[in-house]
Design a protein around this ligand. Structure first.
Ligand code: SAM
Ligand code: SF4
Length: 305
C-alpha cells in the first residue's frame, strides 16, 4: 500500500478541498467582485472542468496517500448538476472518512438536501454574511434574500446534515454591525456561527488591512453581551478557535486567518475546477493533474487498492 505523504515540515496531507466549478450565482465583493466577474467574464468552458469520474479517480489516489477528508466547494458547488452522483462515487472510496460541502445554500432545496444526504454527504457549511436582509443582499450583490438561505439551512438540518457551520466573512464598515444579530439568531440552536477574518485572496478584491475586523474584537463584542469560554479543538490543525456560551446557548468559532495564521498545522491541499493541485490556499502555481489524467497518467489500476 502507498505510504501517507508528508511535506518538508512533516505535515501530513489529510484534507482535500475540491472546487467543482469556477462559476457562482452570487457576486460577493470579497470573492467575485462584479467589476471583475461581469457579464463578459470568461468562465471555464465545460470541457475544461474535471468530470465527476475524473474527480473520483483523483480522490481515490489522494486517499491512498493519506487524505481522509474531502470538502466540495467552488465557485458555487450546487451549480454542478447531479452533485449527489459525485458524492456517491466519493463515498465508495476506501479511506475517505468525511465528505462535506461548502455552499451559499441558495439552491439547497429540500429534495437536494435529502439527495445529498442519501448519497453519503456527512456535513455542510453554509456561507451567510449577514442576517439583516439589506446587508446580506448588498453583500451577495445579486439581491438574494436572507430568508431563502435560512430555508436552505432548515432543509439541510431536516435532511440530517446538521449541526451546520455557518461562515460569516466580516468586513469592517460593511457587515460588522450585524455580528450581534447574527450571533443572537443562531444562539440556542446546534448550529455554529464562525466569524472569518476577511482575507486577501489575490483576486483584486481591493483588500486592505484596515477592512479586517480582528477576531479578538469580534470575541470582545460577543463576550460583552454573552460571556463565553474556550473549548478544546476537535482535532489538530483545526482552523477555528472554538468557544461556547457560558449560559449553554451553544457554540461559536473564530477563524483568524489574518491575525493568527494557522499555516504551521495546515494539512490541506486544494484541487481547482480545472484540475490543478495547489498545496496552499494562497499559492498561484498549481500542478496540472488534469493533463496527467487525460494523457492516461492516472490509470484505473493506480486508483485501486
Ligand atoms: N460558494 C460557496 C460558499 O460561498 O460557501 C463555496 C465557495 S466560497 C469561495 C468558500 C468560502 O470562502 C466561503 O465561506 C467564503 O465566505 C470564503 N471566502 C471567499 N473569499 C474570502 C475572503 N476574501 N476572505 C475570507 N473568506 C473568503
Ligand atoms: Fe464566492 Fe461563495 Fe460568494 Fe460565490 S457565494 S461569490 S463562491 S463566496
Amino acid at each position: 500500500m502507498t505510504q501517507p505523504i508528508t511535506d518538508q515540515y512533516d505535515r501530513p496531507l489529510r484534507d482535500l478541498r475540491i472546487s467543482l466549478t469556477d462559476r457562482c450565482n452570487f457576486r460577493c465583493g470579497y470573492c467575485m467582485p462584479r467589476a471583475l466577474f461581469g457579464a463578459d467574464h470568461a468562465f471555464l468552458p465545460r470541457r475544461e472542468l474535471l468530470s465527476f469520474e475524473e474527480i473520483a479517480r483523483l480522490a481515490a489516489v489522494f486517499s491512498r496517500i493519506g487524505v481522509r477528508k474531502l470538502r466540495l466547494t467552488g465557485g458555487e458547488p450546487l451549480l454542478r448538476r447531479g452533485l449527489e452522483t459525485l458524492v456517491e462515487q466519493l463515498r465508495g472510496i476506501p479511506g475517505i472518512d468525511d465528505i462535506s460541502l461548502t455552499t451559499n445554500a441558495s439552491l439547497l432545496t429540500r429534495e437536494k438536501a435529502h439527495a445529498l444526504r442519501a448519497a453519503g454527504l456527512d456535513r455542510i457549511t453554509v456561507s451567510l454574511d449577514g442576517i439583516d436582509d439589506t446587508t446580506f443582499q448588498r453583500m451577495n450583490d445579486v439581491g438574494f434574500p436572507v430568508a431563502r438561505v435560512l430555508a436552505g439551512i432548515d432543509n439541510a438540518e431536516a435532511a440530517g446534515l446538521g449541526p451546520i457551520k455557518i461562515n460569516m466573512v466580516v468586513q469592517k464598515g460593511v457587515n460588522d454591525h450585524d455580528i450581534p444579530a447574527m450571533a443572537a439568531h443562531f444562539r440556542g440552536t446546534a448550529h455554529i456561527v464562525r466569524f472569518i477574518e476577511y482575507m486577501d485572496v489575490g483576486n483584486s478584491n481591493g483588500w486592505r488591512y484596515d477592512h479586517v475586523v480582528p477576531s479578538r474584537e469580534v470575541l470582545d463584542g460577543i463576550e460583552a453581551r454573552w460571556p463565553v469560554e474556550p473549548l478544546a479543538p476537535n482535532e489538530r490543525g483545526e482552523v477555528a478557535s472554538r468557544y461556547r456560551y457560558r449560559d449553554g446557548g451553544g457554540e461559536i468559532g473564530l477563524i483568524s486567518s489574518v491575525t493568527q495564521p494557522f499555516c504551521g498545522t495546515c494539512k490541506r491541499a486544494r484541487l481547482s475546477a480545472e484540475g490543478r493541485l495547489y498545496t496552499c490556499l494562497f499559492a498561484s502555481d498549481g500542478h496540472d493533474l488534469r493533463q496527467r489524467l487525460r494523457e492516461g497518467g492516472v490509470t484505473r489500476s493506480s486508483t485501486r487498492r
